[in-house]
Design a protein around this ligand. Structure first.
Ligand SMILES: C[S@@+](CC[C@H](N)C(=O)[O-])C[C@H]1O[C@@H](n2cnc3c(N)ncnc32)[C@H](O)[C@@H]1O
Length: 189
């Protein structure tokens, strides 16, 4: 039994990128932050202003789709979003601007410090009584639910994959996210 699970665990690839890739991405990110990020683009004043933060390939018509586009993206032929920005740095966007912000599978890629900063920028740039919808993996589900267990064999493996793979840098559950949002100023959570 012990040997069996050990063999399975050894097959789980550890997400350790090569040093040259880390260096390449660090340079690419720094150049992109300096040269590619922009002010928020203008929208028709009659339309609700909706932001899809960290859109990746998921682009919504009539929304401002925003992401941190790098030179690596451009070389690979990905089309830049309407708003190229870095959510972890002060947003080039006025206060009280958005009617709604949606962000899915993004904040878990940030350190806690950066995620807290981005949630603060959401608060600053949302109009009073506008809405924010955040979707991140709920670590409680990885700890507790049987379908996840079946896929990853054991609870610690499910938690390890959720926390450390896919470029994830922070781990959340609903109560932690709600507490942070409340501390950034959000109400009616
Ligand atoms: C896992 S993808 C999610 C994409 C899309 N929201 C979805 O649900 O499929 C994470 C996205 O966050 C973006 N991202 C990472 N760091 C960012 C940053 N500092 N500012 C803005 N977007 C960022 C990535 O470029 C990527 O497109």
């Amino acid at each position: 039994m012990t040997a069996h699970i050990s063999e399975q665990l050894k097959k789980i690839e550890w997400p350790a990128p090569r040093a040259w890739k880390v260096a390449f991405h660090a340079i690419d990110d720094a150049l992109a932050a300096r040269l590619l990020t922009r002010r928020v683009p203008a929208t028709a004043s009659s339309q609700p202003r909706l932001l899809n933060l960290g859109c990746g390939p998921v682009r919504y018509p009539d929304w401002i789709n925003a992401d941190f586009c790098t030179f690596g993206w451009i070389i690979r032929g990905f089309s830049p979003p309407e708003w190229v920005m870095d959510a972890t740095k002060p947003w080039k966007c006025p206060d009280n601007y958005w009617d709604g912000i949606f962000t899915e599978h993004v904040l878990e890629h940030f350190s806690y410090k950066d995620a807290i900063f981005a949630i603060g920028e959401c608060y600053r740039t949302l109009k009073p009584s506008a809405w924010l919808r955040i979707s991140v993996p709920d670590i409680e589900k990885f700890i507790g639910l049987e379908p996840v267990m079946a896929k990853y064999q054991r609870r610690p493996v499910a938690v390890s994959v959720a926390a450390q793979h896919f470029g994830h840098r922070s781990v959340w559950d609903p109560s932690l996210m709600m507490e942070v949002a409340a501390e950034r100023g959000f109400t009616n959570i």
